[in-house]
Write a protein that binds this ligand. Structure first.
Ligand code: ZN
Length: 79
């Protein structure tokens, strides 16, 4: 089974990842929202970061959003 391209990040690595993507400021200012449910994303609620087109999108830690993310990625990969 192929490992998902989307990896959950450890909190310690999160800031570095967000900074590398240029979205750390936006997350720390709580201006980002979950791609699926639209709730506010911050350093506590963020579960995943993934590219969508030109955008960097976020997924919160809700189980339904995490499973939606998996479905979403599979559609992207195989569609
Ligand atoms: Zn969500």
């Amino acid at each position: 089974m192929k490992e998902s391209q989307i990896k959950a990040v450890h909190q310690r690595d999160l800031r570095r990842l967000l900074k590398s993507l240029g979205v750390y400021e936006a997350v720390s200012c709580k201006t980002c929202t979950c791609f699926f449910c639209g709730c506010t994303i911050d350093e506590d609620t963020i579960a995943a970061v993934f590219p969508y087109g030109e955008e960097v999108c976020f997924c919160c830690g809700k189980p339904e959003c995490c499973s939606a993310l998996i479905d979403f990625e599979q559609e992207e990969s195989y569609g």
